[in-house]
Design a binder for this molecule. Structure first.
Ligand code: HEC
Length: 104
């Protein structure tokens, strides 16, 4: 019984450690970006409307290159805050990948 508990604990530590280490674009988006861009990234929030946000799935945003998207996230643009230095490059890459999944 004791041994089994230990094995369970160990495998839990491995799985949870792995998720914490690998950058999860969707999770980072939810915690850092959705308050402005909206849970579905449509920009259809009060703040999004006030700031004139574009739908991230729209052709207008999707036509931006990965480098352009990374630059906006890292350096900011207008009222968009700069995230370079706050989140890792790996996180920014994960966010760009996540934005690609939103394509309509
Ligand atoms: C404080 C509100 C705010 C937060 C938080 C925010 N953004 Fe933005 N974001 C903006 C605004 C405003 C713009 C439009 C900037 C412009 O065109 O002047 C923008 C623009 C963008 C763009 C360029 C495409 C477009 O719509 O013009 C991308 C990509 C983007 N944001 C991604 C992100 C990601 C990823 C995060 C989370 C790490 C994030 N944003 C967090 C406000 C925000």
């Amino acid at each position: 019984m004791k041994k089994r508990t230990l094995v369970l604990l160990a495998s839990f530590a491995v799985t949870s450690g792995w998720t914490a280490m690998a950058s999860d674009g969707a999770a980072i988006y939810k915690s850092k970006c959705s308050m402005c861009h909206g849970a579905d990234a449509s920009g259809n929030t009060q703040m999004g409307k006030a700031m004139g946000l574009k739908d991230m799935g729209s052709a207008e945003v999707q036509k931006m290159s990965d480098a352009d998207l990374s630059a906006v996230i890292a350096k900011g643009k207008g009222k968009m805050p700069a995230y370079g230095g706050k989140i890792s490059d790996e996180d920014i890459n994960a966010l760009v990948k996540y934005i690609r999944t939103l394509k309509k």
